[in-house]
Design a protein around this ligand. Structure first.
Ligand code: ADP
Ligand code: ASP
Ligand code: MG
Length: 406
């Protein structure tokens, strides 16, 4: 007998038929004698619908109320799924995040899970029940409802798997695994049998939304065996595991794109010690993540300072920087969200030279101008104009020969 935590995403519970199909799939595991915890997302499109409703009423809705609103999507699916189990004569119980004791910090909209007490869930499992938990939500120390950020149901599932010491956490979605790049953009993309936590973390951070970043962090920290599979067809999916377990390690594992970045430039900043700190300090105080950073060589004591932030944070960034720009006597502040970040990820980069050269050459042959570059041990990212996103991804996927072998 094994204990599995299975998560079904929005499309996998997107209709009554899909919910019934999930119940039947889980029922077969129960019949095989396994204990099952099922985490569900809201039905596809529901979270966006709720966010849109909120914005029609107030373009800056209070964060607390927004979380109360968007958490309702998952509450609908837990109840419907339990009804589907009931129709199959399977004993099941639904849990909201609060009922499952998923405790988070107080950051509405992107809360982090700090603790889960699963006594209630364990008791149900021992009594032979299927436990159905609402993904994406928790409660803070004052019992306010919080949500975990877009794609947060993945993190709910992995956190529960860690807390319950499950044998495997399975993320069921609309693709049959993790691919070398988004198969919606490159149909020739190839499913990976295995990928390391470290590479998956980079892929998720750099834009592959198949798994939420936090879920990969959790899985890596608590060594949760994690698998991504299709809820529509049978197959082995992709196992995310430790580097030592990977049999054949390719040089490059994947290509990602992220259209949600903005470039902020402060022109004509006096080039003296402490500038980077003055500029970036106020941004990190606002908990805005800065990614690529470039400081030009100075010309007559003045320099340009450029960096990227998530495009959703661009306006907040301008707001906190305006007084700093004035204070520093800089010439101007320019923000531009017409960019995308394209990244090449692979552990093999550690031991192979020439990956960057190959990347830059392939892009230049297609006339794609590189606006910024950043690198780490296992990734190279470039910023390009947004219109080149798909071309850049396809070009690099072909240049690194990642496509399905004939
Ligand atoms: P769910 O609603 O099940 O959580 P998501 O839409 O969040 O599903 O994630 C699945 C989607 O992630 C796929 O439909 C695919 O378009 C996209 N995706 C992006 N990059 C990748 C990748 N490298 N491998 C697989 N899917 C990817
Ligand atoms: N329903 C939430 C979203 O759409 C959480 C999730 O599906 O993981 O982002
Ligand atoms: Mg998702």
């Amino acid at each position: 007998m094994a204990l599995y935590v299975e998560k079904y995403g929005g499309t996998s519970v997107g209709s009554v038929e899909r919910i019934n199909a999930v119940a039947e799939k889980v029922a077969s595991e129960i019949k095989a004698g396994h204990q099952m915890v099922v985490v569900v997302s809201a039905m596809s499109g529901e979270t966006n619908r709720l966010l849109d409703l909120a914005r029609q009423i107030n373009d800056q809705p209070p964060a607390r109320e927004l979380d109360v609103l968007v958490s309702t999507g998952e509450q609908v699916t837990i109840a419907l799924l339990c009804m589907a189990f009931n129709a199959l004569d399977i004993d099941a119980r639904s849990y909201t995040g609060a009922q499952a004791n998923i405790r988070t910090d107080e950051v509405y909209g992107k809360a982090r899970i700090v603790d889960i007490q699963c006594d209630g869930i364990r008791h149900d499992l021992e009594a032979g029940r299927v436990v159905v938990v609402a993904g994406f939500q928790g409660v803070d120390a004052n019992n306010n409802i919080t949500t975990l950020g877009r794609g947060g149901s993945d993190t709910t599932a992995v956190a529960l798997a860690a807390a319950l010491k499950a044998d495997e956490c399975r993320i069921y979605t609309d693709v049959d695994g993790v691919y070398t790049t988004d198969p919606r953009i490159v149909p020739e993309a190839r499913r990976l049998d295995q990928i390391s936590f470290e590479e998956m973390l980079e892929l998720a951070s750099l834009g592959a939304k198949v798994l939420q970043i936090r879920s990969v962090e959790f899985a890596s920290k608590y060594a949760v065996p994690l698998r991504v599979l299709s809820s529509f067809e049978a197959g082995p999916g992709t196992l995310i595991t430790t580097e030592e377990n990977i049999v054949e390690q390719p040089i490059i594992s994947g290509i990602t794109y992220n259209r949600d970045e903005a470039k902020v430039t402060i022109r004509g900043v006096p080039d003296k010690p402490g500038i980077a700190h003055r500029i970036l300090g106020v941004i990190s105080d606002k908990r805005i993540n800065v990614d690529m950073i470039i400081q030009n060589i100075s010309d007559e004591g003045l320099t340009d300072f450029t960096f990227t932030v998530p495009s959703g944070d661009m306006n907040a960034c301008i707001e906190v920087l305006e007084p700093v720009v004035e204070d520093l006597g800089a010439e101007e502040l320019v923000a531009d969200d017409d960019i995308s970040k394209i990244s090449v990820v692979g552990i093999g980069m550690r031991s192979h030279e020439g990956i960057a050269t190959k990347m830059f050459k392939a892009l230049s042959e297609k006339g794609i101008n590189i606006l910024m570059i950043s690198t780490s041990e296992i990734k190279i990212s470039v910023a390009v104009r947004k219109e080149f996103t798909e071309l850049a991804v396809r070009t690099l996927h072909a240049a690194f020969e990642l496509e399905e072998q004939a």
